[in-house]
Design a protein around this ligand. Sequence first.
Ligand SMILES: Cc1cc2nc3c(=O)[nH]c(=O)nc-3n(C[C@H](O)[C@H](O)[C@H](O)COP(=O)(O)OP(=O)(O)OC[C@H]3O[C@@H](n4cnc5c(N)ncnc54)[C@H](O)[C@@H]3O)c2cc1C
Length: 377
Amino acid sequence: MNSSYDIIIVGAGIVGAACAMECAKGGLRTLVLDRGPIGGGTTAAGMGHLVVMDDSEAQFALTSYSRRLWHELRAQLPREVEFDCCGTLWVAVDQEEMAEVWRKQKFYEQRGVRVEVLDEAGVAKAEPNLRPGLAGGLRVLDDAVVYPPCAAQALLELAKKDGAEVRTRMAVKTLLPEGGVELADGTKIFADRSVSATGPWSPELTPGLAVRKRKGHLVITDRDPGFVHHQIVELGYLKSAHSTGTDSVAFNIQPRITGQMLIGSSRQFDAESSAVDHGILNRMLRRALEYLPGLARLSAIRVWTGHRAATPDKLPMIGSSMVSDRIWLATGHEGLGITTSLGTGRLLADLLLDRPTEIDAAPFAPARFAKEVVAHE
Ligand SMILES: Cc1cc2nc3c(=O)[nH]c(=O)nc-3n(C[C@H](O)[C@H](O)[C@H](O)COP(=O)(O)OP(=O)(O)OC[C@H]3O[C@@H](n4cnc5c(N)ncnc54)[C@H](O)[C@@H]3O)c2cc1C
């Protein structure tokens, strides 16, 4: 088929933007389509913490690879992206959580990630507004934060420099098995391949996909520069992120370059509505106050929600779909898609262009969920 594009990427969130940047850089004629604005989906709702995680070797590989790519790209990012290498401070309340600090330290150091273990006094010195009496913590030095919607915009600007086209307010109805897409108005645009980077909405275009919406709340405060210096996360966050059943909250706070504090976070399955759930919001804020009592003197100026795209094994899907080798997927990034966008884009382009990949792509192959797709057909 003679088509004007090698690849059509559906979704101009951070993941679609990273895929577009890498595809265009690799010489593919690239078109990006989104039914909304750039970065207006989950990307606008996310916290923007660029964090190395260690739930599995595959998750570690993708997060650490992606974080390295963010550092490499940093010099090309405009000021609006607000890249801030503030580091992460994982805080432990007791000796049980300190055991987790030591385990993480060993895991990260063996793999070349720069970390420091802090005792009670070290944590108090690093973050004087934390309540006294915490057992200690782990500082991950090269973790950072960005402002996600502007980051998506910046990646697309880089893609455009390499020839990519970006069209917003264009809803895609179908991904064509023969290559390309059909728009909501019936227009067809052909391409060798399409990529669905549609986050929590990806099952709409690929029915039966093993992606569930997982709602989260965030709160932003008024300005108090220096109130916290790191992205601070309780070690109990891991329990919250891992739980698959009940609603959960965990203390997670981010200093913004504006001097504001972004407070998270909650996780809820089966909560489709984007309305604020005041019950879980109160739980989330009470949890934050347990760690940072001084927050009580700040005002919350805005609260919002977003839906993460969760897969059963907590890893994204990157590669050819089960439906057709002309339909590819870059979705299912749950609470790590800002971090892992760059690794996703590079992996996807390497696979499309038949180049060697720097990390093993097998754990992210959509084929691992083949049974789920078949079950829904
Ligand atoms: C509360 C919260 C906090 C988070 N914090 C962090 C964090 O600190 N660090 C981190 O790494 N990650 C974080 N995340 C996760 C991160 O925000 C997501 O993983 C990431 O934004 C996913 O990006 P995406 O491009 O896949 O999806 P999206 O940003 O949702 O983009 C999908 C796009 O597809 C478009 N689309 C959908 N269907 C169609 C269609 N049919 N036609 C055309 N366009 C379509 C949508 O309009 C949308 O723009 C957080 C998420 C939440 C909810």
